[in-house]
Write a protein that binds this ligand. Structure first.
Ligand SMILES: Cc1cc2nc3c(=O)[nH]c(=O)nc-3n(C[C@H](O)[C@H](O)[C@H](O)COP(=O)(O)OP(=O)(O)OC[C@H]3O[C@@H](n4cnc5c(N)ncnc54)[C@H](O)[C@@H]3O)c2cc1C
Length: 384
């Protein structure tokens, strides 16, 4: 059968889209360069709106994970915690290893009628004919379809080949490692965020006594190899060092650099999806949620018809921008604060004395609240 849609990249965005398009009766080919299970550097915390997408997919039990109720900020001995707000949608996030989440999604895609999913299939680049992307080159062979989707991640080859890369003004890098905590340490219902100078550490309890430690940091002033600094940072946080006492290391440090953007999310014949469409800094923890929500949105448009796909691109882009707008504002605010550490104590002090504000902001980051709508959001209600 001739495919309707070719998808490059079988991560969160690509596999989710393949599942939804297959269920909508389209013929889909999904190409993933790696094999599963495979690792991906990530903070591994899925926000409540992302959990809602997994529920709609019917995959939340298959993914499993450790629920978390919000975040706890640590800064020079101060601790401020905030819960996700009550209202529309789930009130908890889920922390789960990417090796599990990505495998479950990819296997669900491969098992969906109408989807042909291949691993170890490296997409070499787009085929562009008369100014339009008409296919993909894979292992030296040309594959064509009316709609091409680039879900090939933050370093998207397709985006680069189409000249859509946009360097971010602030260069940041991300890293993570996993541990098994020693007996006697309880799992925490919070994602703990330790604010350091020029970096943040994110710590999440995972199933089976595992613990994730991730770091985001400014790339420019690093004066030693990132892995060495990463270890120094976690030893410099007494509460974290205590939590890691006697823990065994499960994975080596894995990182991503630089986090990059895109000039446009579409070009004739092709849609960029997930991180390929331009990764926002993960400081607010919503990347996987947006990959899932973006896939849902694109599936709604693509199931209307792929032959005239470009005609709905502008409307799709407006929908995607609306999904991201509030979250992007919160992300920019958090990055600004990270650049002005002198303002962190008063900001945390204000949030401690006004917990509903922190809870509201967490709802915005978690995708269940609109920024300027206090209380459960009517605007978001339909999509959580
Ligand atoms: C340090 C760090 C911490 C983060 N923390 C969080 C967090 O806590 N919560 C959160 O929600 N998000 C977090 N993120 C962001 C999150 O990881 C991404 O937003 C999310 O993975 C995007 O999904 P995706 O499907 O677009 O891309 P990916 O998950 O990267 O999937 C892309 C897929 O494309 C494949 N691929 C790439 N090139 C090719 C090719 N040429 N041919 C075929 N296949 C290809 C890759 O192998 C991969 O499987 C974090 C990111 C970093 C770096």
């Amino acid at each position: 059968m001739k495919p309707d849609v070719l998808i490059a990249g079988g991560g969160v965005a690509g596999s989710t889209l393949a599942i939804l398009l297959g269920r909508a009766g389209l013929a889909v080919e999904l190409f993933e360069r790696d094999d599963f299970p495979r690792e991906k550097a990530c903070g591994e915390g899925l926000m409540p709106a992302g959990v809602a997408v997994l529920r709609r997919l019917g995959l939340v039990d298959g993914v499993g994970g450790m629920p978390f109720r919000g975040v706890r900020y640590h800064f020079r001995g101060r601790v401020v915690s905030g819960r996700f707000p009550a209202g529309a949608g789930p009130r908890e996030g889920l922390a789960q290893r990417r090796v599990v989440l990505d495998r479950v999604l990819f296997e669900a895609a491969a098992g969906t009628a109408g989807v042909r999913a291949r691993t170890k299939a490296m997409v070499e680049g787009p085929i562009v004919e008369r100014g339009r992307v008409t296919g993909l080159m894979i292992d030296g062979a040309a594959h064509r379809a009316p709609l091409i989707v680039a879900a090939d991640g933050v370093h998207s080859r397709i985006r680069r080949a189409l000249g859509l890369d946009r360097a971010l003004r602030r260069r940041r890098l991300g890293m993570r490692a996993h541990f098994r905590v020693a007996d006697g340490f309880e799992a925490s219902p919070w994602v703990d965020i330790y604010l350091g100078k020029g970096h943040e550490l994110y710590v999440a309890s995972l199933p089976r006594g595992e613990l994730l430690v991730a770091a985001l940091a400014d790339a420019e002033p690093l004066h030693a190899p990132a892995e060495i600094l990463f270890e120094r940072w976690w030893h410099a946080q007494p509460l974290l060092a205590e939590r890691l006492r006697g823990a065994s290391r499960l994975t080596p440090v894995r990182g991503t650099f630089p986090l990059a953007g895109a000039r446009s999310g579409t070009a004739p014949g092709v849609v960029l999806l997930g991180d390929a469409a331009g990764a926002l800094d993960p400081i607010a923890g919503g990347g996987m949620t947006h990959a899932l929500q973006g896939a849902e949105l694109l599936a709604r448009f693509a199931s209307r018809g792929v032959a005239e796909a470009d005609s709905w691109f502008p409307e799709f882009e407006r929908g995607r921008a609306a999904l991201l707008r509030d979250y992007a504002t919160v992300t920019r605010g958090m990055l600004w604060l990270a650049r002005h550490p002198g303002l962190v104590p008063p900001a945390l002090g204000a949030l401690r004395s006004w917990p509903t504000a922190l809870s509201h902001l967490l709802g915005v980051a978690g995708g269940t609240r609109a920024l300027f709508e206090f209380g459960p959001s009517r605007r978001l209600g339909g999509r959580i």
